[in-house]
Design a protein around this ligand. Structure first.
Ligand code: F6R
Length: 609
């Protein structure tokens, strides 16, 4: 959470910093700011709101400084105000700092500094850092950072500059991410690679606990023992992902990128005979075959992908699967151990709770694999193995293409484990392989059909309802959870999602005449049961919107509106059934005039617990 960027070079950098922040805005957008050295301290500009506000505030500011730092904030400590926006400064205005993360012992540090006469100008935890640096400064900002780091508890990354050393930036990271971009006579430091991808593809990752010194013509990395050698690697990433490519929003573009994301995630991993090859998994086939249990830990949308994965793994591989939100898993007694496979699903590879849950399981001796979309992310470095989704950069805060790609990743694993454990025959695996291969085309057909326009029309009609209940059974349950999450996070309409069989045990009391109920009623062995539940809610006056399989005319009799999807293998239906629900949420939010790419209070990457 929060995006930070620093630049040192020879080009005027105001616009470079802003362009970097634009590519980090998905990490937080409640306020933003930058600091540029001006020969007599810093020119600092901060603004509440998204980057458009900062840009407007910068109109009259000279842009000729050749170094600087910037920040886009997701508030943790302190309200969303001008004073709480970063950069933060010491009292003399000589030290400028931008911070991502949390300084957990800030209260005691703040009291200590106040007792020495320091006056704080914000409510943030971050502001202790420039004051501590100013206190420690004896002419060398690197030495000051080295002195201050042992005083800080928490998980954070920060970038600091001293006005009397304007051609030097110092970065430090403890758990939160920080990457270096090495250009020709210029260097960048940022929370994520896309921030500087337009300028350079040569990247250096930093490990937790390291300090980095940036100068125009070089980078020095230090750990506790002194300087260490680190060579930049050239990354193969697509900067176009940061453009909307003609779509109105990133979310809509990313919904339409799902066929490609599935196709790329399959890649050449699935062989014609149904065999699946997962490079980087960190376990050979013999060891994988001996796996006794699978634990899946994740948050939010990634957790919902994990819930779908459980059906696939249990059904196709016959292996017991436990799925849990990472924020709970990490604090329970962990019973995973040698022989267990723990999969941390995190598209960003940075979610603090998921990383912590993976760490707990790894300490217990389980084999931990990161299912992630981001190469080189923290999850990949903390895990024993990696299974990459290849969805491309996702910028819309509401996850869409990474979700379906995660299910595809889990499906591949389920086929592989199924073969290794003899739960699937060769012919069975080959048939499932054909079903998986069909999915990108199926999603493309759906997106090219009249169905998405029909979803938009239905969404416009329902947009003024103040509550939605989502009901489904079996694999339809996680689809409901995910559909309901999409609606609440971008439209701010309260939703409940339930296993339809649970409805009579409480939630049915919520229904009144005209209450909208969204049901996942795709073809499968629980279809008739879902229809019975639909009858029950209609008997109480509810209006039913059903996601159903094309050609199933029966459902039309039982629903007020139908969102049709093409037929898929029943266990794989979540990959297609979620599309109309993503679009439904999207069009409700658009009808209400909301910013779907930057919903309030949220951030794309949740690096605090
Ligand atoms: C919702 C959404 C979040 C994320 C969650 C985990 O649309 O995107 O619920 O799924 O914050 O993020 P990752 O997958 O990066 O760990």
């Amino acid at each position: 959470m929060c995006g930070i960027i620093g630049y040192v070079g020879s080009r005027p950098c105001r616009d470079l910093v802003i362009s970097g922040l634009e590519r980090l805005e998905y990490r937080g957008y409640d306020s933003a700011g930058l600091a540029l050295p001006n020969g007599d301290g810093f020119t600092a500009v901060r603004a509440v709101g998204n980057l458009a506000k900062l840009k407007a505030a910068l109109e009259d500011v000279a842009g000729d400084a050749t170094s600087g730092l910037g920040h886009t904030r997701w508030a943790t400590h302190g309200r969303v105000t001008h004073d709480n926006a970063h950069p933060h400064f010491d009292q003399g205005g000589a030290v400028a700092v931008v911070v991502n993360g949390i300084i957990e012992n800030f209260s005691s540090l703040r009291r200590e500094l106040q007792a020495e006469g320091v006056v704080f100008s914000s409510e943030t935890d971050a502001e202790v850092i420039p004051h501590l640096l100013a206190r420690a400064y004896e002419g060398d900002i690197v030495e000051a950072v080295q002195k201050v780091l042992p005083q800080l508890d928490g998980h954070y990354a920060f970038v600091a500059m001293h006005a009397s050393e304007p051609q030097r930036l110092v970065g430090a990271r403890h758990e939160c991410p920080l990457v270096v971009g090495v250009g020709d006579g210029e260097t960048f430091l940022a929370s994520a690679i896309p921030a500087f991808l337009r300028e350079t593809r040569d990247v250096m990752n930093l490990e937790s606990g390291e300090i980095v010194i940036l100068e125009a013509d070089g980078v020095t990395v230090l750990n506790g023992q002194g300087p260490i050698k680190r060579t930049p690697e050239t990354v193969d990433m697509d900067d176009d992902a940061a453009e909307k490519a003609g779509f109105e929003t990133f979310m809509l573009k990313e919904i339409h990128e799902q066929p490609q994301a599935l196709y790329d995630t399959l890649g050449d991993r699935l062989r014609p005979d149904g065999n699946v090859v997962l490079d980087d998994f960190g376990l050979d086939d013999a060891a994988l075959a001996r796996t006794e249990r699978v634990h899946i830990v994740a948050c939010g949308t990634s957790y919902h992908a994990g819930l779908v994965g459980r059906y696939l793994l249990e059904d196709w591989a016959g292996i017991p699967v436990h799925v849990e939100v990472a924020s709970e898993y990490r604090y329970r007694t962990c019973l995973a151990g040698p022989g267990d496979l723990v999969i941390g699903i995190t598209q960003s590879g940075e979610t603090a709770d998921t990383l912590a849950a993976m760490r707990v399981a790894r300490e217990r001796g389980a084999h931990v694999v990161a299912l992630t979309n981001i190469m080189g992310s923290q999850a990949t470095r903390d895990a024993d193995g990696v299974l990459y989704t290849r969805a491309g950069l996702e910028i819309g805060v509401a996850a869409t293409k990474t979700h379906t790609a995660q299910i595809m990743g889990l499906a591949l694993l389920a086929v592989k484990l199924g073969r290794l454990r003899w739960a699937l025959s060769g012919a069975g695996a080959a048939d499932l392989g054909d079903e998986l291969r069909r999915l990108p085309e199926l999603l493309q057909q759906y997106l090219d059909s009249p169905h998405p326009a029909a979803v938009a029309e239905v969404a416009q009609r329902y947009a003024n309802h103040r509550f939605f209940l989502y009901l489904g059974r079996h694999v339809g349950v996680p689809v409901c959870f995910e559909g309901a999450l999409k609606l609440k996070e971008i439209s701010y309409i309260p939703t409940e999602a339930y296993a339809a069989g649970e409805m009579k045990h409480g939630p049915i009391a919520l229904l009144e005449e005209g209450s909208p109920v969204v049901t996942v009623a795709t073809d499968g062995h629980v279809f008739d049961k879902v229809v019975s539940n639909i009858q029950e809610v209609r008997a109480r006056g509810a209006r039913v919107v059903a996601v159903a399989t094309e050609g199933n005319e029966q459902i039309a009799e039982h629903s007020d509106d139908v969102l049709w999807v093409p037929r898929a293998q029943p266990l794989l239906s979540p990959i297609i059934a979620i599309l109309p629900l993503q679009l439904f949420a999207y069009h409700v939010a658009q009808t209400l005039g909301l910013n779907v790419d930057q919903p309030r209070n949220l951030a794309k990457t949740v690096t605090v617990e």
